[in-house]
Design a protein around this ligand. Sequence first.
Ligand code: SF4
Length: 197
Amino acid sequence: MQIVSIIPEAFCEWESEVSLALCCLSCNFKCWYCHMKDKIYNPLNTLGTAKDFFFRYINPMHTALIISGGEPTVWRESLFEILLIAKHAGLKTKVFSNAMNYEAIFTLNKYQLVDMYSFDVKAAKDLSSVIGVDISDETYFTNLYTTLKNCRENKVNFELRHTMAPGIDTEAVKQLLSGAGMQDIEVHYQKYIEYKN
Ligand code: SF4
């Protein structure tokens, strides 16, 4: 897993923990409003591997490892490996994901490699226009719900996020996720901050 950005001590991304946060190269989406888009598609932005940075930065103050991106699940084996290393070191783990690679998430859950996910809910409709890749709304939601169902079945905690970018019907997303609170699922609505490169 190649890394493009590091937060040596992250507090906001997982408020109950002191985390080492690693952001990986690459994503299966191309969201027009992505704040990482200058970094995640160009391998020249790579700073090193997740393993290298883990052993360089981890210290006894850390209680957790966070992997975000980009999309961590596109790395599959090397994602599994870095999470396994973190687990063997006694750390909690959190993965930020768009939830589409449900097979990768099945494996992560099967081997209990993740304590917490943060899944991004992009929109309630017209997903292709938001995420910049050709996907039907039906496929998007089938993948999303398959992922969430597997987490529930495996008793792995997750939160949901949504970025309130211009042109996205956030009210429709709120409607879609209106039942989340009753199932003890936290939903974070993130403000859109204009992208500048
Ligand atoms: S899924 Fe996330 S990382 Fe990937 S393009 Fe969209 S906002 Fe960026």
